[in-house]
Design a protein around this ligand. Sequence first.
Ligand code: MN
Length: 724
Amino acid sequence: MLRCEDIIEAVLSYNPGADITMIRRGYIFSAKVHKGQNRRSGEAYLSHPLEVAGILTQLQLDVPTIVAGFLHDTVEDTHTTREEVQELFGEEVASLVEGMTKISSIEYTTAEDRQAENIRKMIIAMVNDIRVILIKLADRLHNMRTLEHLFKEKQTRIAQETLDIYAPIAHRLGLGVIQRELEDLSLKFLNPEAYEEIAAKISGKKLELSAYAVEISALIQEKIRDLNIQVAVKARPISIYGVYKKMVSLQIPFERVFDVIRIRILAQRVIDCYTLLGVVHNLWKPVPGKFQDFIGVPRTNQYQSLHTLVMGHKGHPVRVQILTDEMQRRSERGITVQWKYKQSPTESQEQKAERFFWLKRLLQLQKELLDSREFLTSVKKDLFPDVIYVFTPKGEVRELLKGSTPIDFAFNIHTEIGRRAVGCRVNGREVSMDFTLNNGDAVEIITSDEQTFQREWLRFAKTPKARARIKEWLRSKERERSIEFGRAMLQDTFDRYQVDKTILNNGDAFQDLIHKIGHHDREKFLENVGYGKVSPLLAVEKLLSSKEFKRLKKKEDKLRKKEPGEAPATGIRVTGRDDIFIHMASCCNPIPGDRIIAFIGDKRGVTVHEIGCPLVPDLDVNPERRIEVVWDPDAKVARSVKVHVQVLDQPGVLADICSAITAQGGNIGKTHVFTTEDKTARCDFEIEVYDRKQLDEIISAIGKNKTVLKVERIKGIESPKSHV
Ligand code: MN
């Protein structure tokens, strides 16, 4: 069993200034709270946190991470609380331990590829600090090393999870050594026969390959004797799982995997790598198309090396990697490499630039990142942008956009679940449908057969899928309603003109009728009448003689004029219609010159909005309801608008402003003036104007007054009080 002193010694070897008291305290605390607990192997529980901390020192991590390694199981498996850890070891250690506790609550059940990928992403997205993942990997590595003490069933489950989840995470973070060991150990428990077979054969192969490496090294040394280059040639490390994977994927026996000799050439400087590549290509014939420059263009996990394939050492093809020692370290220790240098305050600009070169590649950031935590956050943001991962009641992981709500989740599961959603429980607690979901939430939708789509869901549905489904439904619903409404309008009009209505129920005759009006589709015709786009009079006109029609129309028009509350003039023209009621929307109160958009309302009539009105996107759900309108250039209709003015409170100011308004032809209606303690006055004017141009002139005239601090048009009908 490792001792605390071994850990301290290891830390001091790469971090001479480390706070060893802190490490010792972490060890003592862990020993105290785990006292009396045993591992299944019969060993004292303490051996586990010690080994985990030991693995973390091999990654050369900082003191808080090592201490968190000692403490990683305390909150979950002992009576220790987060507060206690925070009090004794500070917030940094406490949050690392907390992160570990959080991850262990994630359960992995199915071996489905997509699910595995989502769990991997979720684990990384869930923690605030990538060091938590490094501790988790160390934890898993030690558990895998001691897996033989568990029951067979549990062994298989943990090994599969390791292979599906943790080894790929190690790979993604560039931790080659950990990845290989996790993979080999997983194979050992998932397919013991294959593992044993390969393990037995591999040691012989290793000797053979090392012998080749020595021969090749001699040939290269000979060539570079006069150059000032230091070089080491090694056989590539072979992992049991790597060989197994090749055998399975290429369907070849063990021996054939080694038809190709794999060597690694290590240089000191980047420039030497390219020189050595020339040497190799000079010694043997390169295979065209097999050269790859991962130094110039690193892989996404920051692996760097030159790859080439040459023909002919003793009849074998040779696969060659050429890289610097530094690149090799990165390929083994990935993102942890950066901590090694962190403690040196005397770092030169060049060293700094070299250190950050790799980080910059990883983050694709232009600026240097000086703080490791900022770095970690960026890595996370970079790998996993705007998504969250939540669980279904069955434990499946679903990916949603950040900011998603239960309604998004419901539609993500199934359109029917979305349609019938009436409530939601998140982590067992009931929440409203506009609740914002968080990473790792367990979400359960409560459904009812009585429920159906709601328009208000659009207010908080975030994902395109949910929004599309809701809008689709709203459209079809409105369409149905319009068809019904159109039929009713036709019947009503037929009654008033005393035309026989039975034609409406006679399929062929009705089809003939709408054909005469220039329509083809019956439903579409009814829908358009319902929306108010087509006048029902068109149908009546075709069924009466023109003389008769004119007579009845005159009578109708006369009746209509007598109706009280005749529509006020609006100065709006609706394309193709002159018998339609027009409302100006009070929310945005457009005036001639404003860009406008209009919608047919639920009642007969059109509502005109300013194009930027916040209500427009909601109304625009159904494009069928949109109707062409233009300002009538001949109409001169005065409209009332609100203008808010803020001025220095001086005598005569108000009079000056009023005369500025009237000088531009504005007619002042209601006026509210408030004076404030800071010696300013706020005035709200209602001014009647004819168009936007006139209003702009008035606003600019008011603005010319030197005491005016601010002048603006207020859209809508908010009460002046809201500006006090
Ligand atoms: Mn553990």
